[in-house]
Design a binder for this molecule. Structure first.
Ligand SMILES: NC(=O)c1ccc[n+]([C@@H]2O[C@H](COP(=O)([O-])OP(=O)(O)OC[C@H]3O[C@@H](n4cnc5c(N)ncnc54)[C@H](OP(=O)(O)O)[C@@H]3O)[C@@H](O)[C@H]2O)c1
Length: 331
């Protein structure tokens, strides 16, 4: 196997770990990466990787990227953005990548990272969620809705194609180089836009220990290097094509998170989270990022046994170790 692998979004939190893992794998000959920012693979000691600046909204650029690839890995996405911008990139851009891969002669495999969010935050979700559950999405949360919509587009475009399609659904990704969870804490996200008394209440002022509202929820984490090893397994065609839940062993509570970052966990009844999320839905002009409140309404714990059994994937970091690694790396 001497694979050429095209990667959209190689400069992101998962992308960097994924390219590192592809660089280290003897079955991979060449990596072709594309994202919008300037980037030099040599700065990272990468030898197999060629990088070009390009936008997945530009179909010609995507066609050129995938033309000489055996496998296409689609990671480019807007996670924290406005509904409008994210919809354009995530839906129109992903459609370009899927359609270009189907249209190109050479690629035989397509690997797409969806998310636990694709299942949607529903009260009747099974605990744990298996891949049997439909990715229904939640219309009130832009990211969840777009993740479900992307999987639908992917199915429509590839169902009759001669292409092996792997869909990975990671939980929240963390680690020393993946700090989205830290950057998305309430006082980090909304700090400057909040009135002074609310900022004080949230502890978003120097010298005051911040707090995290704790509705008693537990959630999973997966280390970026473990997502990378799952991606490599899919790239190399371990196991049959299909959807795979990806999360480290164990889970963490808001209390674990608060302890790790030096904050207080303040118990709040789950009804308060429900009420707040309903309020967010009702208010006009609420920033799209406030919609992330929906993500903590219900437990979203996944069963990852299919990836372990069929992709022979074994995460090396537990949820708690991943949390600690993220906090150490994010200092
Ligand atoms: N991080 C998580 O917790 C998590 C969890 C589950 C699933 N996922 C999924 O995993 C994938 C990768 O996530 P990530 O954490 O690596 O995201 P990230 O750190 O935000 O990186 C996003 C990547 O996409 C590129 N990109 C964005 N818009 C683009 C465009 N229009 N054209 C070309 N490239 C573009 C970015 O580079 P430029 O800005 O330079 O273009 C960057 O390389 C996404 O699909 C995400 O939804 C992530």
């Amino acid at each position: 196997m001497a694979l050429t692998v095209a990667v959209t979004g190689p400069t992101g939190e998962i992308g960097m770990a994924a390219v590192r893992a592809l660089e280290a794998d003897d079955r991979v000959d060449r990596v072709l990466g594309m994202a919008r920012r300037p980037f030099d693979p040599a700065d990272h000691g990468w030898r197999k990787t060629e990088y070009r600046q390009g936008d997945i909204l530009d179909r010609a650029a995507v066609d050129a990227l995938v033309a000489s690839a055996d496998v296409v890995v689609h990671l480019a996405y807007i996670i924290l953005g406005s509904r409008g911008e994210s919809e354009r990139v995530n839906l129109a851009g992903s459609r370009n990548v899927f359609a270009a891969t189907v249209a190109a002669e050479r690629p035989g495999r397509l690997v797409y990272t969806s998310s636990v969010a694709a299942y949607g935050y529903h009260k009747d979700n099974a605990i744990p969620l298996t891949e049997e559950a439909l990715p229904r999405g939640s219309s009130e949360h832009y990211y969840s809705a777009q993740k479900a919509a992307c999987e639908k587009v992917l199915r429509e475009l590839t169902d009759d194609a001669d292409l092996d399609v792997y869909v990975l659904r990671p939980s929240i990704v963390a680690g020393p180089e993946a700090t989205i969870l830290l950057r998305n804490l309430p006082w980090e996200k909304l700090g400057d836009s909040l009135p002074e008394p609310v900022r004080r209440f949230l502890g978003a002022v120097p010298g005051v220990r911040p707090f995290l509202p704790d509705p008693g929820l537990h959630f999973q984490l997966v280390h970026h290097d473990d997502v990378a090893s799952a991606l490599v397994a899919a790239v190399c065609g371990h196991g049959p094509p299909g959807a795979y839940n990806i999360a480290g062993d164990g889970d963490i509570s808001v209390r674990d998170l608060a302890r790790a970052i030096g904050a207080y966990a303040v118990p709040v009844p789950p009804e308060v989270v429900s009420l707040t999320s309903e309020l967010v839905d009702l208010l006009p002009y609420v920033p799209s990022q406030a919609e992330w409140i929906h993500a903590v309404r219900h437990p979203m714990l996944m069963d990852t046994s299919k990836a372990r059994r069929e992709l022979h994937w074994k995460p090396r970091h537990t949820a708690l170790e991943t949390l600690e690694a993220m906090v150490e790396g994010g200092d």
